[in-house]
Design a protein around this ligand. Structure first.
Ligand SMILES: [Zn+2]
Length: 474
């Protein structure tokens, strides 16, 4: 029997506001424990919340970018549950009147598919519990009251690949709108998975299982694949899954049970009595709509049209707003767009990956990157030397022209100098010369390589090739 997997996602995203959702405390990441707190976010008796308008604005922005309808009126509710990192014993969230509804994201896994977004609501984050080895638990309330949006999809994804694509797209859209930095390692984007499978004729359906708090897209994909198999195996045995909440155990590569799944009733939602209804002016929404930046899909098409880039390049370059902006800044200074794209997609990406850094933290500027490409295009330095200089520029942020001068890396294009080096190499390797004359073409490559070595990589390789051939063929 064939089975189909149904996957819905719930994504919590921390908004980039400077202050918390109901008080003026800082939202900055880190900081000494329990220093970004006040009576409101600690939930002390008598403290009254005041909604931060920026949070509503950011949620509207995200909702518009995700093709949602924006409510004209919404409200906050209390979601009651007891947990040590939630000092009020309830979370202020939104229940039946979320701020955004019915949106979608288009993904492309070979063919285009719309993943529907059920709702986007605003809520506050909880604190953080740390369990020390001696059995003592410590709580840091700095994160309490940091504004979040929760994005809930319909169960429209049918594979780990689709879920992965969706998450990547979502992250890139949110980064484009600048409502969140989406740093998963700092917890500003967390994802829960709801998954079940059904047989093709719908006669067998497994219960929905929730996998909580995935902190990387890779882990999310692995958890989906693991659950998919577990559900199918149980159904095949005539059993079923429990309605439960599980977590992904990275070290064991499997999901493990956390608790039985709560029902909505368990949370005893009720309207937050300390906050008034939120009225959202449609003119304001339109103003936010016109302030939205160009979204990744449009940018991609424009890159193809304006810069003549292939689809592949355009897709990679526009997947992050930072990278797309950097690319355009370089092209302003150095018009060979394809050459810029090639360098960004190879050397630059590789260096970012190796140093586990991202584009916001680079030490050099677009102007210097353009300078480097100009040096290569003019033949002042060879392509290989260019790579070496890029590495140095990447590590130190130094001007490439200065690196070239300091290290004497200028390409040698002086015919006489190259001739001299060629003659020296030909004299040193008479066997290779014989080989070449006897028809072994490979010997040429060896000889060119030797000249490059003698020149410490600085000789113009095209000229070396030409000059060696001239000597060998006469
Ligand atoms: Zn506070």
């Amino acid at each position: 029997m064939k089975y189909q997997t149904l996957i819905g996602l719930e994504i919590h995203v921390e908004l980039l506001t400077a202050s918390k959702i109901f008080c003026g405390c800082s939202t900055a990441f880190g900081g000494e424990s329990n220093t970004h707190c006040c009576p409101v976010c600690l939930g002390l008796p008598g403290a009254l919340p005041v909604l931060n308008k920026k949070v509503v604005e950011f949620a509207v922005k995200a909702g518009l970018a995700l093709n949602c309808n924006i409510a004209s009126v919404c409200k906050m509710d209390r979601k009651n549950y007891f947990y040590p990192d939630l000092p009020k014993a309830f979370q202020t969230s939104q229940y039946d009147m979320p701020i955004c509804t019915n949106g979608y994201i288009e993904i492309d896994c070979g063919k285009k598919k719309k993943i529907r977004i059920k709702r986007v609501h605003i809520e506050e984050d909880a604190g953080k519990t740390m369990h020390a080895e001696d059995g003592v638990s410590l709580i840091d309330y700095n994160r309490c009251g940091v504004p979040l949006i929760e994005i809930v999809t319909q169960p429209d994804m049918t594979s780990s690949e689709e879920a992965y694509k969706f998450l990547e797209r979502l992250k890139s859209i949110l980064q484009y709108t600048e409502v969140s930095d989406c740093r998963m390692e700092q917890g500003s984007l967390r994802c829960d998975i709801n998954i079940n499978v059904k047989s093709e004729d719908s006669s067998f359906v497994s219960n929905i299982v929730e996998v909580k708090n995935l902190n990387s897209f890779k882990a999310a994909a692995k958890a989906i694949e693991y659950e998919e198999k577990r559900h199918i195996d149980l159904l095949k045995k005539g059993e079923n899954t429990n309605k439960e909440t599980r977590r992904w155990d990275e070290s064991k590569n499997k999901t493990v049970i956390m608790r039985m799944k709560e029902n909505v009733e368990d949370y005893r939602y009720f309207p937050e009595p300390d906050l008034v209804k939120i009225e959202i002016d449609s003119d304001w929404v339109e103003k936010i709509r016109t302030s939205l930046p160009e979204m990744p899909n449009h940018k991609k098409e424009r890159f193809i049209k304006d810069y003549g880039l292939p689809l592949y390049d355009a897709e990679i370059l526009t997947s992050s707003k930072g990278m797309a902006d950097f690319f355009e800044e370089v092209v302003k200074e150095f018009q060979d767009a394809k050459m810029v794209s090639n360098w960004v997609m190879t050397e630059f990406y590789r260096s970012l990956k190796e140093s586990e850094s991202d584009i916001e933290n680079i030490k050099f500027c677009a102007k210097d990157f353009a300078k480097l490409l100009r040096l290569i295009k003019r033949g002042t330095i060879s392509n290989n030397i260019g790579k070496r200089i890029f590495k140095e520029m990447y590590n130190s942020g130094k001007d490439p022209e200065i690196i070239v001068k300091e290290k004497g890396l200028m390409q040698i294009s002086d015919v006489d100098v190259i001739k001299e080096m060629v003659l020296k190499v030909l004299e040193e390797y008479p066997e290779s010369v014989m080989d070449y004359k006897n028809g072994k073409g490979r010997a040429l490559g060896f000889l060119v390589g030797q000249v490059m070595k003698v020149s410490k990589g600085k000789a113009n390789p095209q000229m070396v090739n030409k000059i060696i051939k001239k000597y060998l063929d006469t």
